[in-house]
Write a new protein. Structure first.
Length: 293
């Protein structure tokens, strides 16, 4: 009976991954963001300053972080995940995405630990209601302060401070986190949207939205190799959320659904990456800051 239950959970995980991946199909043309469509904070814009900052290299600290990131490297099968050494190429990919999508108040921290500045950003982000900022937002800030990603890794976006924290040298992962920033920028009730993320199964929606935007962006602007890499990494990454969601709602499911969801993501992502249509990059792309100079 337990074996039958495990196989059923595995099948459910695979089906959810496939269904979720179908939602990742890029639209015919990429929809670039515009500041006029966003709900932002002028006060946060003022304190943002330099949009992308990089932490100082610390050989021992980053070495420990690399080791702690081995499980993530295995799950996504890429040694660049949580390697705490973000290249200029990955930084440039993120900067370009933010520029063409008019996301000017987003802060990007590349392997950086800055709890003091993050607290200032939390206070300044009036686009999120105070009730959410000083409860869930404060808890989010405290967790990052005590268990810093600079050591433990885990690329993520914080809607409470409008900050991207990047520890992996993978452009597709950076674009996924930027996709979260774009998604949240369009939400009027950001705190509520963030709170919903904590409900069992709800992250599947948020993560699908971010991955879909990242994949569409790469398909419109990236090379075939960049497109294949995005599919190869973002699909199994989505599988991790599927596996976790099943674990949340089906006690005792074990690791099988999680593993099955990740493996399914790897298979579907690689297959889809090999059969991507050849399209001309989106001619409606706005000029980047570099192009306008």
């Amino acid at each position: 009976m337990r074996s039958l239950f495990s196989m059923r959970s595995l099948l459910i995980a695979a089906l959810i991954v496939i269904a979720g991946c179908a939602q990742h199909r890029a639209p015919s043309r990429y929809a670039y963001g515009d500041a006029g469509d966003y709900y932002t904070s002028e006060k946060l814009q003022t304190v943002t300053g330099e949009q992308i900052e990089r932490g100082q290299p610390r050989r021992v600290l980053d070495g420990v972080g690399w080791v702690l990131g081995i499980p993530s490297k295995i799950v996504l099968w890429d040694r660049r995940v949580d390697n705490h050494a973000v290249s200029p190429e990955t930084e440039a990919a993120i900067a370009e995405y933010l520029a063409v999508n008019d996301l000017t108040s987003v802060k990007v921290r590349l392997n950086q630990y800055a709890p003091g500045d993050e607290w200032r950003r939390l206070r300044a982000n009036t686009a999120v209601a105070p009730g959410w900022r000083y409860t869930l937002g404060a808890l989010d800030w405290l967790g990052e302060t005590i268990f810093p990603g600079r050591l433990f890794g885990g690329d993520h976006y914080s809607p409470y401070t409008n900050t991207m924290n990047i520890y992996s040298d993978v452009p597709a992962i950076g674009l996924h986190e930027a996709g979260h920033a774009k998604d949240w920028a369009q939400r009027k009730y950001k705190g509520t949207y963030a709170a919903v993320y904590l409900l069992p199964g709800a992250p599947l929606w948020h993560e699908a939205m971010a991955s879909r935007d990242a994949l569409a962006y790469v398909q419109a602007n990236g090379s075939p190799e960049e497109q294949q890499e995005a599919y190869r990494l973002l699909y199994p990454a989505y599988g991790t959320y599927v596996g976790s969601a099943i674990g949340d709602v089906v006690p005792g499911a074990g690791i099988l659904p999680y593993a099955g969801a990740v493996v399914t993501g790897h298979i579907v992502g690689r297959v889809r990456g090999q059969f991507l249509p050849t399209e001309t990059p989106n001619s409606d792309a706005p000029a980047s800051s570099a192009d306008s100079q």
